[in-house]
Write a new protein. Structure first.
Length: 74
């Protein structure tokens, strides 16, 4: 009987830990996309824009050549 009680007592704790870890991973991925760390967002959008169903929905920004823009400003 003690074993059953201890197993049932740990179940909510395990569920809480799994939900907490899942939320952390979703938050981390969201921050990677939001701040475009390492070009993750740009790279993913390029890949997704090649999918026929998503082609019309996703617009990929052309790569910006900052050297040319600086020359134009000068």
């Amino acid at each position: 009987m003690e074993k059953e009680e201890s197993i049932n007592g740990r179940r909510p704790l395990r569920l809480f830990i799994i939900v907490l870890i899942s939320l952390f991973v979703v938050l981390l991925v969201g921050l990677l996309f939001y701040f475009n760390i390492g070009g993750v967002s740009n790279h993913t959008l390029k890949i997704l824009s090649n999918v026929p169903v998503l082609k019309g929905l996703i617009q990929v920004k052309p790569a910006t050549n900052y050297a040319d823009e600086i020359k134009k400003i000068k």
